[in-house]
Design a protein around this ligand. Structure first.
Ligand code: URA
Length: 436
């Protein structure tokens, strides 16, 4: 194989053969193909695209550069959920224990936040002692014991993606549907799952800014999942405003624990969580209808079982669970600063992008993968589009540990939240469900 010939073939818009794709990915992973050739290939794919068949081969090749978790000893139908990422998206933390209570096995391998999007692992690590770095054997054992486990990508899972994602990040090749599909799906397929629910986010705080792009990404991922023999469905949901009322790691754990205890009724966060968990139950044939699945899940929350299940998993992964019963033991910021409404009106915009940037400058996110984050900072009490507010009422509360960073965050919040004089409709939360 001559790597530059394969790069030229893709550059000129031709379809690569299975052998060409596999040899290229294996060569990149073992170091015989250098970063500069992989970067050129990533850009050729970015510009010329790939057929669904090429994307399926790319995904499979990347998955097979590492191990595939053997979940056969779990003895339950295995289902996971993956979100393409957003601001305030803490759905996994509520959904995984709920699904486990409903009789599913959930082997959840999550990511860290990068840029303005938050990451489940960072949120979990704001719980004192929580260990996201389990070995594969410990991961499977935790699922066997309590039905679910939440960990980070181990070195053995899809090493090609680890290398390629870092390269894409610095070569302008992240926002490519074939590359995003292969990157997400190779990791998810390596979890040893039977079924997968995808939450494809669309809007200012998401990778996909338009419904057209989000729909194309959803179809691309669903096709790959089907080609690999999995039950799979994708829901396209809104990310123009943050999900829920908090953004920032410990603050999102607090909101999640409140949701698990039924304290957040049917706000947008619980609507998305329940809808995605219901899809998991349907894929695993644990419910006859969406309505029946939703009834089951609401009963589980009301019984207190979902909160107890989260604490069971957290204890197995080393956490001090007294901090979940007494949330004041989680990291708290020194400065708590409400941002008041300048006038009365109706909330017409809460930019997910602006809130994400505010959390980032407060220190709650990373600009580089090795930045150390501050778990305590972020935003809470965020208003939602369509709500009526009075002059002086807080639109959001900022949690900061540094006055200068607070001032920067206030700038983003001031620009990101808009008020109108006339009533404003709440935005559409669910756009579509993609099954093929
Ligand atoms: N998340 C991933 O894991 N990979 C991508 O390419 C984009 C989002």
């Amino acid at each position: 194989m001559v790597p530059q010939w394969i790069i030229e073939k893709k550059r000129d818009g031709h379809v690569l053969s299975e052998t060409e794709i596999r040899d290229f990915i294996n060569g990149y992973t073992d170091g015989s193909i250098p970063d500069y050739q992989m970067a050129a290939m990533a850009m050729a794919i970015y510009l010329k695209g790939m057929t669904p068949e090429e994307v399926a081969v790319l995904t499979d090749a990347m998955m097979h550069t590492g191990t595939i978790v053997d979940t056969s000893s779990v003895g339950l139908p295995t289902v996971d959920k993956h979100s393409t990422g957003g601001i305030g998206d803490k759905v996994s933390i509520i959904l995984a224990p709920l699904a486990a209570c409903a009789g599913l096995g959930v082997p959840m391998i999550s990511g860290r936040g990068l840029g303005i999007t938050g990451g489940t692992l960072d949120k979990l690590e704001s719980i004192p002692g929580f260990n996201v770095n389990l070995s594969e054997a410990q991961f499977v054992e935790t699922i066997r014991k309590c039905g679910f486990s939440m960990i980070g990508q181990t070195g053995e899972i899809a090493p090609a993606d680890k290398k390629l994602y870092a390269l894409r990040d610095v070569t302008g090749t992240v926002a490519s549907i074939p590359l995003i599909t292969a990157s997400i799906m190779c990791k998810k397929m390596a979890e040893g799952i039977d079924n997968l629910v995808l939450d494809v986010k669309v809007g200012s705080g998401a990778f996909m800014k338009t419904l057209e792009d989000a729909t194309a990404l959803a179809h691309s991922m669903v096709r790959v999942g089907k080609a690999m023999g999995k039950g799979i469905v994708a829901c396209i949901t809104d990310m123009n405003q943050p999900l829920g009322r908090t953004a920032g790691n410990a603050l999102e754990i607090i909101e999640s624990m409140e949701c698990l205890q039924g304290q957040h009724g049917d706000g947008d966060l619980m609507q998305v969580t329940l809808a995605l968990t219901a899809e998991m139950l349907l894929l695993a044939h644990k419910a006859d209808s969406r309505e029946a699945a939703l009834r089951t899940l609401k009963d589980i929350i009301a019984s207190g079982a979902a909160f107890a299940k989260f604490k069971e998993m957290a204890a197995l992964q080393g956490a001090d669970v007294t901090a979940l019963d007494d949330l004041s033991k989680l990291p708290h910021a020194r400065i708590v600063h409400p941002f008041p409404a300048p006038k009365a009106g109706y909330v017409s915009a809460v930019s997910a992008d602006a809130i994400g940037r505010a959390v980032l400058v407060l220190g709650g996110g990373r600009q580089k993968t090795d930045d150390v984050i501050d778990h305590a900072v972020g935003t809470s009490g965020l208003v939602k589009i369509g709500e009526r507010v009075e002059a002086g009422q807080p639109l959001v509360v900022l949690h900061a540990n540094d006055e200068d960073k607070l001032a920067q965050a206030l700038g983003f919040v001031r620009d990101g939240i808009e008020l109108a004089d006339a009533p404003v409709a709440a935005p559409t939360l669910f756009h579509s469900t993609i099954t093929d």
